[in-house]
Design a protein around this ligand. Structure first.
Ligand code: PLP
Length: 443
């Protein structure tokens, strides 16, 4: 195949003019547009998308792909859900944006009410940020200002576990995995964090003794100077797609209480039903002091994130020298995004997601199991609407992607991870297309 991902011979359904325009656009893209984590001098091929609807992504070249990625955890109700599109259009006719300093609006208050109704009563204050990484920055800043408000100036450190991913901004990067994250590149300017080993406590098991020991040891050394501990509960996403048990989170909660450390759960990936509970912390007996939400918050329609915190955290923040929380992005509480998010949470409130996610989990367990027998496969794991096949060696992304597209599916692996988290509305037959394509690609 040429360095373009489209091939005229395969695409008789395109008119010649359309084909040439698309080819020129792809070349422009290669020459001028950055994509996530890519080289612009040696870019991987990109597939041009014409439209997306329900569980399907349609390419300019005519292929109709079953989406296995939910555009990175976000489009849980499928693309162009009529209720979300309707909410966006209605809001566009009123106002797409207005500043949040000194002004407020219906979409923000309606969204806030829904968020409080679906999360634990102790989480009572909401900061509406514009992306997941920013909501993590906000959470870390809240924790630091809270400690200052309490007069705990010695508490300025951050703690996390290895294998995590919390975003691409600087403080967020500092708590990403120190090996596969970006620490090496930016060592000199990143805040230094303390790392617990990757948890080995199994999903349904008791706290592993080595995990207990590691928590005790790190807390003994750094507990006194640590302001906040941040983790992705139950599922570590982009840092390796690993699962671990509720008992570990309960042990962290206890250790944080003992040492006066703010516990932050980053549920940007796991929130809104993905793990089988509305929020992953609901698999546990504990609640964080601060909760980060993003990705699926708007059902994948727009960018929006939220950082929720307890009254105690908010009071500490406002007792700090500044007297206010020192953050306020231009597009804070963007009405268009809030209106769509409110509509998305409305869809979740019907409760339909729970049956859908449970059915996806059951089917993934059955249909990914045969991958265990493949020589190329190291592990298969499933939780909620997340299916992971870990391979023995890194996959050739460009090659496997080509194969997936010709097999009618959109799956985007990284490293040794071929994983899917489809929209909840996927049918059993469509889900089988995804699992079948993974088995064939790894055979
Ligand atoms: C994606 C992600 C982020 C970053 O969110 P962005 O919207 O990409 O900035 C942070 N934490 C977790 C767990 C994520 O999955």
């Amino acid at each position: 195949m040429s360095r373009y991902t489209v091939n005229a011979d395969q695409n008789q359904n395109l008119t010649n003019g359309h084909f040439l325009t698309m080819k020129a656009d792809l070349q422009f893209d290669r020459d001028h547009l950055w994509h996530p984590y890519t080289s612009t001098t040696h870019p991987l091929p990109c597939y041009p998308v014409a439209r997306a609807e329900g569980v399907h992504i349609e390419l300019e070249t005519g292929e109709r792909l079953v989406d296995g990625m939910s555009s990175w955890w976000s489009t849980i109700h499928g693309y162009q859900h009529p209720k979300l599109t309707e909410a966006a259009k209605a809001q566009l006719d009123r106002m797409s944006h207005v500043m949040f300093g000194g002004l407020t609006h219906g979409p923000a208050t309606a969204l806030g009410k829904r968020l409080l109704a679906m999360t634990h009563p102790s989480l009572n204050k909401i900061f509406l940020a514009d992306s997941g990484s920013v909501s993590v920055e906000v959470a870390l800043k809240m924790a630091l200002q809270y400690q200052q408000g309490l007069g705990h100036r010695h508490k300025s450190g951050l703690m996390t576990i290895r294998g995590g991913y919390h975003g691409d901004t600087f403080a967020a990067m500092s708590v990403c995995d120190p090996v596969n994250g970006m620490h090496g590149l930016f060592r000199d300017i990143l805040p230094k964090a303390q790392f617990l080993p990757r948890p080995v406590t199994p999903l349904d098991g008791p706290l592993a003794p080595e995990d207990a020991k590691a928590i005790d040891a790190l807390m003994a050394r750094h507990g006194e100077t640590t302001a906040a501990l941040i983790v992705e509960p139950m599922v570590q996403g982009a840092g390796g797609m690993r699962f671990y048990g509720a008992a570990y989170l309960e042990a962290l909660r206890e250790a944080c209480d003992r040492h006066g450390i703010v516990l932050i759960f980053d549920e940007i990936a796991t929130g809104f039903g993905r793990t089988g509970k509305l929020f992953a912390y609901q698999h546990t007996k504990v609640v964080p002091d601060i909760l980060c939400l993003g990705k699926a918050l708007t059902g994948g329609t727009m960018t929006l994130a939220a950082t929720l915190c307890s009254d105690a955290i908010a009071e500490g923040v406002c007792a700090s020298d500044a007297g206010v929380f020192m953050h306020g992005p231009t597009f804070m509480g963007n009405p268009l995004a809030c209106a769509v998010a409110e509509a998305s949470l409305g869809l979740l409130e019907t409760g339909e997601w729970a049956g859908q996610v449970a059915a996806i989990e059951a089917q993934l367990k059955v249909e990914l199991a045969p991958c265990r027998a493949l020589a190329s496969v190291a592990d298969v794991r499933v939780l909620g609407a997340i299916g992971v096949v870990e391979t023995q060696s890194p996959v050739d992304v460009a090659a496997i992607q080509r194969q997936f597209v010709s097999d009618g599916v959109w799956i985007r692996p990284f490293g040794r991870l071929v994983y899917i988290m489809p929209p909840y509305i996927i049918t059993p037959a469509e889900l089988s297309q995804l699992t079948g394509a993974i088995f064939r690609a790894l055979s």
